[in-house]
Design a protein around this ligand. Structure first.
Ligand code: PGA
Length: 245
């Protein structure tokens, strides 16, 4: 199975910077790159068109960082999955912890977004993960399972889905989870997804992934790739991580 390297650019990069990234990335990768890897890019929406043009005819997949549950209508300021698709989006990030934390996105809403993606054949990349407080209270697995079960209610288990485990305390902090912590959670998530009858899923790890920890993390069982924030903003640091394989 190919490993997934997913870049979450968050609220960064102008269209020009996105175009420059695409040119540089494609100049530095060959067809071999995609033999054992998939590359996903989640740009800010204003740069989605630039990413779409920049990666046209390449194997790089891209999509929005968040969408509304309705695809059109009187929803001022919202993002439409249909419009993202019209720009060539094949993937969509859903339920990132920053959406949960700063924009009050809860599991039932996240569930609607996963269902919407599936209904239009866009691959959902669902983010889950515990806060520091929850980890300290030994609630990591309980929280992750709850997030999974609610967000995946009614989802077609035969369709492909990607789940990104991102401990909230490891995101953007430089404090990566230990190998044992990642190993434990990924093993349990794998069992959970299997028990929920999912047949085609990949589990990503996210949270302060860098070139110097990527090699160890990618060798853990059921770590099928990474969701990368800060280190995905530069082609060099993103490729350094991708080259851990
Ligand atoms: P980080 O972000 O790599 O900067 O920790 C990861 C994410 O938020 O997806």
């Amino acid at each position: 199975m190919k490993k997934i390297f997913a870049a979450n650019w968050k609220l960064n990069k102008t269209p020009d910077q996105a175009t420059a990234f695409a040119q540089d990335f494609l100049a530095k990768t060959s067809g071999n790159f995609f033999e054992n890897k998939e590359a996903f890019i989640f740009p800010q929406n204003f740069s989605l068109d630039a990413v779409s043009r920049g990666f046209k005819s390449s194997k790089v997949q891209f999509g929005p960082q968040q969408i509304h549950t309705e695809t059109k209508g009187a929803f001022t300021g919202e993002n439409s999955l249909d419009l993202a698709k019209s720009l060539g989006s094949q993937i969509c990030l859903i339920g990132h912890s920053e959406r949960r934390q700063f924009f009050a996105e809860a599991n039932p809403l996240i569930n609607k977004k996963v269902l919407l993606c599936q209904s239009t054949d866009v691959l959902p990349v669902l983010c889950i993960g515990e806060s520091l407080e929850q980890r300290q209270k030994n609630e990591t697995l309980k929280v992750c399972f709850e997030q999974l079960e609610t967000a995946l209610a009614g989802v077609d288990t035969a369709k492909r889905i990607v789940v990104a485990y991102e401990p909230v305390w490891a995101i953007g902090t430089g404090q990566v989870a230990t190998l044992d912590q990642v190993k434990e959670v990924h093993a349990e998530l794998y069992k959970k997804m299997t028990s929920l009858n999912f047949k085609n899923f990949q589990l990503l790890y996210g949270g302060s992934v860098k070139a110097d920890n990527a090699k160890d993390l990618i060798s853990i069982a059921h770590v099928d790739g990474f969701l990368i924030g800060g280190a995905s903003l530069e082609v060099a640091s993103f490729l350094d991580i991708c080259n851990c394989l």
